[in-house]
Each structure stands twice: as structure tokens, then as C-alpha cells.
Design a protein around this ligand. Sequence first.
Ligand SMILES: [Zn+2]
Length: 186
Amino acid sequence: MLVKIYDKEIEYEIDYRNIKYPRLEFKTGKLLLVLPRNYKDERKLIEKYKDWIYRKSLIIEEAKKKAKKKKIEKRSEEELKNIIEKLTKKFSKKLGVNINKIYFRRLKSKWGSCSNKGNLSFNILLKYLPYDLIKYVVFHEIVHLKERRHNKKFWEIISKEFKDYEKKEKDLLIYWFSIQELERQD
Ligand SMILES: [Zn+2]
């Protein structure tokens, strides 16, 4: 579906769930409206948040432009797994958290995730990323075992290890589009 905000046509998808309140998400470049099952005023919701949506879409547009210039690493899945296992050991020790299991999957809209049982999942597409970004993603997920949400405390811990975490987050978005391009060509 499309909606026009100022000078931009913005694509969005709707996901109806058993929830009480609607929310908006930008999952790696796409606007998603998560709505309660009987929700009908999606246009009103979009109107209310149009400036936020517009700002986000500018960031994504910028990232897509930069995506073409990024260099993709050639690394095997085995190599990636080794790198991540080593980093996980190092960072879990440093942060004093226990990790249960590590999974490698093809995640559709994120680089990594963690469960409350202490399991970590990493996107196998991380193999295309520079080492310092892999390192950042691993650290980010392990910090989530201490702080579930992206709150102030979370970013405080992150910034102790990665002062340039904002740049890292931007680069991760740019690489996301680089890799989508690469996958299309295959
Ligand atoms: Zn996170």
C-alpha cells in the first residue's frame, strides 16, 4: 500500500495482531503498521506520525544511495561462525552474562536477536560485513541480555565499547541495502 506524505510516496504494510494499541515500525527500510485486529483508522494513524515517517524515509533513501558504494566481504559461513563464537566468548565474559546457545539463521529483517533464555541468533548474511560491524552486532545482542530495550542504560553500555555506535547503526542500514542488491543479482 502507498501513502503520500509531503513530496514522497511511501510504501507500507499492515500486520494485524492481537494487541491493544497500534504501533509503527521501520523494519530495515520498510514501514510496518502493527494494528489491533479491528483497527480501521490507519490513515489517521499515519497522519499523526507523518513527520516521523517522513524523517525515517529520508534516512532510508540516503542509506540506499550509499549502499552502492559499499565493499562486500568474501567470507564463508564457517569463517563467520568462528568469528562470532570467539567474539561471543570475549564479550559475555566482559559483560558477565551467560550465553546458552548460538544460532545462525537467515533472518529476514535483522542482523541478530536474543531470547530471554540467553539464546542468541545471528543472521548468516553478516558474513558479508566488515569485521568491526560484526563485532558491533555481537556486542549489541549480548548487551540485550542485560538490558532488553534500547533505553538510556543500554546505549550507555554500548557507548563504552563503541563510541561511534551511531555511525555503526547507520552503516548497518546501508549494508542491509547493499546485500539486498547483491542477493538480487545472484
Ligand atoms: Zn537492539
